[in-house]
Design a protein around this ligand. Structure first.
Ligand code: C5P
Length: 215
């Protein structure tokens, strides 16, 4: 069975999708991490990220593995490195590149071939797995998402204002929504879940019920 979870940045998708996969005993696919690895590898190889063919070649030859929450690029743990603000600000080069998207979607389908999977991203229910048995579109208001992000940053010793985070988040939402192929969009048959005021475990319980209804 394939469960897709799409939605905007900061909706808590990763945490919730990972916990849901654990509860269901499914594999978990973090597709944002895949685009982040393409951008990181591009920087490491010092390619011009706007050179579409060169970045696509990197995407096609990426040696990527997931070990639980750990992301391995060519065997090296890059879990923290792919989440730096630098990578986040450059990710659009990978996400806007149609050849990169094609390579990523084909890798996602390959990884999901044999097992039950919870897969999380922007285009999982629309492009990668249009036949998925259960599609969720997970969102929260922009203010709530920004508040959560600031809280998360404070816990790891970083300081940022809600206004700053909201501005960056709005920019990323616009870029993700405007993308013609693979843009942020709910599938017609997706179930919309708005998580304002809900704790992560409550969201997971709610999603688990939705999935079990479709099994
Ligand atoms: O989910 P995460 O914030 O790690 O995703 C990083 C970026 O990768 C997103 O802002 C989006 O531009 C891109 N992405 C995408 N398609 C996906 C997953 C992520 O374009 N399926």
């Amino acid at each position: 069975m394939i469960v897709t979870i799409d939605g905007p940045a900061g909706a808590g998708k990763s945490t919730v999708a990972r916990l849901l996969a654990e509860k269901l005993g499914f594999d978990f696919l973090d597709t944002g991490a895949m685009y982040r690895c393409v951008a990181l590898q591009g920087i490491r190889q010092e390619v011009d990220l706007s050179d579409e063919d060169k970045l696509a070649e990197i995407a096609r030859t990426l040696v990527l593995e997931f070990d639980g929450a750990i992301v391995l690029l060519g065997g090296e743990d890059v879990t923290a490195e792919i989440r730096t603000p630098e990578i986040t600000s450059l990710i659009h080069y990978a996400a806007d590149n149609l050849q990169v998207r094609e390579a990523m979607v084909s890798l996602q389908r390959k990884l999901a071939l044999e097992d039950d999977v919870v897969t999380e991203g922007r285009d999982q229910g629309t492009v990668a797995f249009p036949e998925a048995e259960c599609k969720i579109f997970l969102s929260a208001s922009a203010e709530e998402r920004a508040r959560r992000r600031v809280e998360q940053m404070r816990q790891s010793g970083e300081d940022a204002s809600i206004e700053e985070v909201l501005e960056q988040q709005n920019l990323r939402d616009q870029q993700d929504e405007a993308r013609e192929v693979g843009g942020l969009k709910a599938a017609d048959d997706a179930l919309h879940v708005i998580t304002d005021g809900m704790r992560p475990f409550e969201v997971v319980e709610h999603l688990e019920r939705l999935v079990r209804l479709r099994r």
